[in-house]
Design a protein around this ligand. Sequence first.
Ligand code: G4P
Length: 536
Amino acid sequence: MTATTPVDTSSSTAFREASRRRTFAVISHPDAGKSTLTEALALHAKVISEAGAVHGKAGRRGVVSDWMEMEQSRGISITSAALQFAYGDAVINLLDTPGHADFSEDTYRVLSAVDCAVMLLDAAKGLEPQTLKLFDVCRHRGIPVITFINKWDRPGRDALDLCEEIKQRIDLEPMPLTWPVGEAGRFRGVLDRADGSFIRYTRTAGGATAAPEERIEPARALDEEGEDWTHAVESAELIDISGGEFDVAKFFDATGTPVLFGSGVLNFGVRHLLDLIVALAPRPTPRIGVDGTSRSLDAPFSGFVFKVQTGMDKAHRDQVAFARVCSGVFERGMVVTNATTGKPFATKYAQQVFGRERTTLDVAYPGDVIGLINASALRVGDTLHAGKPAVRFPGLPSFAPEHFAVAYPADLSRAKQFRKGVDQLAQEGVVQVLSSERRGDGTPVFGAVGPMQFEVAVHRLLAEFGCQVKLDHLPYKMVRKLGDPKQRATTNLGNRGEYFTRADGTELVVFTDQTALNVTLRLNEGFLLEPLVAGT
Ligand code: G4P
C-alpha cells in the first residue's frame, strides 16, 4: 500500500480483518525444531521458496537478528518479533519466542500477545523442562494449545506413550487428529482420523521444498502399507476408547489439545498444522481494560506494548517497542496516546520486524504486531490508544525469578549513572530489580527468569550508561511469596534464604533449595508461604 492509498478505517474493516487473523507462538525446548518448523510453515504459505531463509543455520541464508555481538557469537536470537504471512484468506502472525536454554522473561511475555500456542515436542524426548515452563504460562493465561509431535522421521518414542505423558504430566487431554503410519524413524504418512484415510508424504531433496501429499483410501493403504497401517488403525482405536476424540470445547477451555504428528525438516504434517491453526485458533477477541470494560474490536485503535528492545540497529541507537493491536485500525503516522503517561506518541516510524528484516508497516489490525521505532518513551506494559474513549489494559505480569545476583558499579564514581541505568532496566523489565535489607540501602539485587537477562543488563549498563558492573551471583533456587508480610520481622531465615521486595511491592522469600525451605517451615510453625504463580 502506498502513502496515498486511503485506508479503510470503518468498523466493519476492523471486524473483518480481525476475523482473518491467527496470532500464535510456538512453545518448545531448545532443539525441538522451532526454527525449522517456522521455516516449514513459511514455505507452505509460500513466503519463502526454499527452507533455510528464516532459520539461518551455518551455511544457510540467514535473516536471524544479529543486533548484539553477544547474539552473533552464540548464533541465537534474543529478539522477539513477529512473522506475518497470508495463508489462503487468513493472515498468520507467528510471534517468535526466544528459545535458547538461557531464555528470559521476554519469552514469557510474548505469550501475553498471542491467542493460541503450538506446543512442539521432539518425538524422542517428549515434554522437556522449558516446554513445561512455557506451558504453565499458557495454562495460567487460559491459552489454547495445539500439540505438534516433531521429528517423526527419526527413531523416537511410541506415539501412545507420548500421548500418555501429556495426559499424566500436564493433565491435558491429548486429542490426536492424525496418527503416524510407520513407527518413529520410518515415517510414511499419517492416518487422518477425520475420515480414516491415509495421507502419504513424499520426501523432497533435503526437505527444502513443500512435501507432496497423496490421500489414499483405507483399503489401498492396507494393501500398500501392510502392518504399519494395521498398527496405526489399532492404536488410533485405542485412543478413541480412552476418550481422545476431538472435542473443540476442550481445546477452547484449554483442557484438551489436538495432536498432530510430523517432521518439520521434511515438511511432513506442516500443511495440516497450518490448516488447523486457520480452522481452530481463536480469532482476536476484545481485550478487557483495567476498569473491567472490554474494548470492542471496532473501537478506535488500541494496543499494548509487550516488548521493548534497545540497540537493534547498531547504526542508530534506536529503541523498538513491539505492540499488539487490540482494537481498531492502526495507520502509520497516527498520533496515539500513551495511557500510562497521558502523553502523545507519534507513530511515524512503524515497522514489521522479523529477524534482521524490517519493512515499513502502513496499516495493522487486531491481532497484528507493530514495531514502533524511536520509542524511547514507551515501556513494557504500556497501553496505546487513539481517540475516545481512553483505555488502559492491565500492565504486564511479572514472572517468578529463578536466578539472583547482587549488582555493584565497579567504579564507585559512576554510582549515579549506575542507579539511573538500573532504574531504566527495571522499567523496561530487562531484569527484575529487588531490594533486600541484608544488602544495605540502594544495593540492588537482580532477579531473572533466565541468566541471559543478566548478560543483557550488564551489556547495556556499560554500553549506554558507561558503567562496568560487578555481579555476585546468589545461590537461591526457590522462590515463594510471603503470605503474611508481618511474619518477616519474626521469622529468621539464617543462611537458608533471604527476603526480597519487588518493585511492585510483592514480598518474596527465596531459599537455596527445597531442604532449606522445609527446614524453615519446620522451625517456624505457621510461617505462611504462597506459590509465586507464573504470570501474576
Ligand atoms: P530450535 O529452533 O527449536 O532450537 O531447533 P532447530 O530448528 O534449530 O532444530 C534443532 C535440530 O533439530 C537441527 O539439527 C534441526 O535440523 C533438527 N530438526 C528439526 N526438525 C527436525 C525434524 O523434523 N526431523 C529431524 N530429524 N531433525 C529435525 P542440527 O543438527 O542442530 O542443525 P542443522 O545443521 O540440521 O541445521
